[in-house]
Design a protein around this ligand. Structure first.
Ligand code: ATP
Ligand code: MG
Length: 419
């Protein structure tokens, strides 16, 4: 016999018992986004590799080692499974002149792919909800996005998610800061790990993002960009903080918050939990005013964020949240005539908006009743030979008390809906 083929490491199935919680989460996100005027758009899972290299930056973990890149077998084009959604959305916005007449609030959702070491809360195929405000200079829209996420946590009844913000300034401020960082870290070159030594030459800002515990004290002492912001960036950052205060949203300014992708400027934010170990960030985002130009479009300020769906699901599960998705009725039947009545009764009930499962594949009365129980249905509808002959259906409550009553088919919908 052939061996069993398993799922690719780090890529998960969501099985039917787990799926209702996912769907609940997704429904809530969609509703909250809609209430802020964000409109859905869909972009491909596969884009040309240079899009991500240009958008995310060559010297980032994502581009250096996490992308699933392959060659199109016909034309040799290099393609990549999207590691994030912003690059694709901005590409689409430029390609279709989305922001030509007015700014746009948009969102998308779906799987992302990164070749990381799989662990709790970190997978190779994972899912994001992604919202982008395109053509807004902020900081009002930055505030709005954070407020929208705060509303989402409330709507999901999640607590313990805290907000961390920072400003990483504008490109010239970052250049000056970069020079200060290179000077600082060069003075301590022998305390740097191998990754950081390499980054010192290529992208010293990313040293601040290092997760190596041995590097933390050195990083604490590094020059802080937030102390060297120019006036415009300062005012933008003040506006963000004032707006959050107006909404009563608590935050911590974290001068070390730089985010993993290169395209951010000014506002960066992360919502974090202490319940998922090293996978602490459940949503992160910020402003990327330079990205449109970087991808060949017109200068267009923008701000966006992504929610890591798996991490939210883990939080919901650890809070003991369960969602079950069960049919209203399960129809048990025996005999040719009964099967016909069972099917037609089920169709009428579905017309009335009820979820009905008809036993398929035969089985004794006892085994059909077992399946009815296992389905979680509220009612078993029983059509035996006698019922079929009399055009009646026996209704048995499967939850708690309640005996069995006999109804005509056209009485069923009302009875099932009212109980
Ligand atoms: P991390 O620091 O945890 O690697 P990141 O900075 O790479 O996160 P982003 O690119 O900002 O993450 O993606 C936004 C969100 O997507 C993260 O905050 C996280 O919730 C989720 N996420 C990122 N990578 C993964 C992954 N490999 N598996 C599951 N969720 C992920
Ligand atoms: Mg990462």
């Amino acid at each position: 016999m052939a061996g069993v083929i398993q799922a690719v490491r780090g890529m998960n199935d969501v099985l039917p018992d787990e799926a209702p919680l996912w769907q609940h989460f997704e429904d809530v996100v969609r509703e909250v986004f809609a209430h802020y005027g964000y409109r859905y758009l869909q972009v491909p899972l596969v884009e040309s590799t240079p899009l991500f290299v240009r958008a995310i930056g060559e010297v980032t973990d994502v581009v250096e080692k996490e992308m699933y890149t392959f060659t199109d077998r016909l034309n040799g084009e290099s393609l990549t499974l999207r590691p994030e959604a912003t690059a694709g959305i901005v590409r689409a916005a430029i390609e279709h002149s989305l922001t030509y007449e007015r700014p746009q609030r948009v969102w998308t959702a779906g799987p992302m792919f990164r070749h990381e070491r799989p662990q709790k809360g970190r997978y190779r195929q994972f899912h994001q909800f992604d919202a982008e405000a395109l053509g807004f200079a902020g900081p009002d829209v930055d505030v709005e996005q954070v407020v929208m996420l705060a509303r989402l946590w409330r709507a999901l009844d999640l607590d313990g998610i805290t907000l961390h913000i920072n400003s990483i300034g504008d490109p010239d401020e970052r250049r000056a800061h970069r020079a200060a960082l290179v000077e600082y870290f060069s003075l301590h070159a022998n305390a740097l790990d191998a990754d950081s030594q390499r980054r010192l030459q290529t992208n010293p800002l990313r040293i601040l993002d290092s997760k190596n515990p041995a590097m933390q004290t050195l990083i604490e002492g590094a020059p802080r960009l937030v102390d060297r912001l120019g006036q415009a960036s300062r005012e933008h950052f003040d506006g963000l903080q004032q707006g959050l205060a107006d909404h009563g949203i608590e935050f911590t300014i974290d001068p070390r918050l730089v985010r993993g992708l290169d395209y951010y400027n000014r506002t960066v934010f992360e919502w974090m939990t202490d319940r998922l170990g090293a996978q602490a960030t459940v949503a992160g985002g910020g402003r990327y005013d330079g990205l449109f130009e970087q991808l060949g479009g017109k200068p267009t300020p923008a701000c966006g964020f992504a929610i890591g769906s798996e991490r939210i699901i883990l939080l919901l599960q650890s809070a003991g949240r369960t969602v079950v998705d069960v049919p209203d009725a399960y129809v048990v039947h025996a005999g040719e005539q009964a099967a016909r009545l069972a099917r037609s009764v089920a169709e009428s009930l579905r017309d009335a908006g009820l979820a009905v499962v008809v036993n398929a594949g035969g089985g004794s009365f006892k085994s059909q009743m077992k399946r009815a129980d296992a389905s979680g249905a509220r009612y078993a509808l029983i059509v035996g030979e006698n019922e079929a002959a009399a055009n009646r259906v026996a209704v048995k409550s499967l939850r708690g008390e309640g005996g069995q009553i006999d109804l005509a088919p056209d009485e069923l919908a009302t009875h099932l809906s009212s109980n």
